[in-house]
Design a protein around this ligand. Structure first.
Ligand code: GLU
Length: 368
């Protein structure tokens, strides 16, 4: 596999690549990274960087320890550190005549369709202006219930929204191993994952959370999102100098190969939702109807859980509680509680107002 086939590349870097354990900024590394980016840019690649480091750099400046901070304090520190982070990029990248911009996103920005389309447009305009967007989560306002909390999944959602060809997660490990490499000497690096659910079935993911900043879990969650959006993903060790050239040269990393997705952009967005707000359990008859391409009607719904509004992302589970599809609900959970199991032509009378007849329209639904 080669990066040369990718037009749009999203690269995620973790805090540990920017600041070492002694809290020193890894300037030499960042310069080598900028050099790699310059190379990719001369080959006409469109680049987006998702960078952590706001909290780490804020703590460094203000002399705080990252590990015993209260959430509200860390939000204030992120606001200080984000400037430090962008200054660092600006100083280093300008040496290579690379223009940068900043985009701060919250979970809601990517989960709401209109806002995610706006973000996509901004990315496209920045490409046209020859600027490299540098993205981070807007830590200063993201509260614990509505935040990504890790930049792995944020980066995968950015890759999906921008229709990227490859997402590179630069981590502090070489990639995905058969076992935890810090515990087991015979752990082997898996270089290719062609079928995500099949190939990683036998790996003890739980034992993996200790290695890799953010852990392996969030990286595999990111891989799932990329897989559904038709985007390849790489986990590679970013600690080396020239980390992107290393990927091409040494191939000492894990590639998650995605099948080309035939889904329309909107459906890719629906299937990649990070935080579905609720679940609907449907009966066998409704499942049959969905398989044949029909919409979900109230009559086939057996149970609603969660609290959601019209337009929110929800999961559709079959009779055995297995996730069958994702979709956008045309009704709130409160309304569905009143109309489930009932015929569509009764809805108007039950609710007292005219509404759609499908609970999840087929155009708003994607099979898992
Ligand atoms: N957004 C956080 C920061 O800039 C980091 C999140 C992560 O490490 O994945 O410090």
């Amino acid at each position: 596999m080669h990066l040369r086939n990718s037009k749009i590349i999203v690269i995620k870097i973790g805090s540990s690549l920017l600041v070492d354990q002694k809290r020193k900024i890894r300037k030499k590394w960042l310069t080598s990274f900028a050099k790699d980016i310059k190379k990719l840019k001369t080959k006409n690649k469109k680049i987006i960087i998702v960078s952590s480091g706001a909290i780490a750099l804020g703590c460094k400046k203000m002399n705080y320890n990252k590990f015993n901070l209260r959430v509200d304090k860390s939000q204030a520190i992120a606001s200080v550190g984000q400037i430090e982070l962008m200054n660092l990029f600006s100083q280093t990248f300008s040496k290579f005549n690379l223009n940068i911009s900043q985009i701060l996103l919250t979970l809601d920005d990517t989960e709401e369709r209109r806002r995610s389309i706006n973000a996509k447009r901004t990315f496209e305009n920045l490409f046209q202006l020859d600027y490299i967007p540098i993205v981070n989560e807007n830590d200063t306002i993201a509260t614990s219930e509505i935040k990504y909390g890790d930049n792995d999944r944020l980066a995968s959602r950015v890759a999906q929204i921008t229709n990227a060809d490859t997402l590179i997660l630069l981590s502090d490990v070489d990639g995905l191993f058969t076992k935890n490499p810090k515990k087991f000497k015979d752990a082997k690096l898996i270089k290719r994952v062609n079928n995500l659910s099949k190939d990683i079935k036998d790996i003890d993911i739980k034992g993996m959370t200790e290695y890799g900043s953010g852990g392996m879990n969030t990286k595999l969650e990111a891989a799932k999102i990329c897989n559904l959006s038709g985007c390849n993903m790489i986990i590679a060790n970013g600690l080396y100098l020239n980390p992107l050239i290393q990927i091409e040269k040494n191939d000492n990393c894990t590639w998650f190969i995605s099948k080309t997705s035939k889904l329309h952009a909107r459906k890719k967005w629906i299937i990649s939702s990070i935080s579905p707000k609720g679940e609907l359990v449907i009966d066998d008859g409704a499942k049959k109807a969905l398989i044949s391409g029909k919409s979900l009607l109230a009559a086939g719904i057996k149970k609603v859980s969660g609290k959601f509004n019209k337009g929110d992302h929800i999961k559709i589970l079959d009779n055995k509680k297995k996730e069958y599809a994702r979709g956008l609900s045309s009704f709130s959970s409160e309304e569905i509680n009143k109309i489930m199991g009932r015929h569509s032509n009764e809805i108007r009378e039950i609710l007292g107002y005219i509404s759609k007849s499908e609970v999840v329209h087929k155009d708003d639904m994607v099979e898992i």
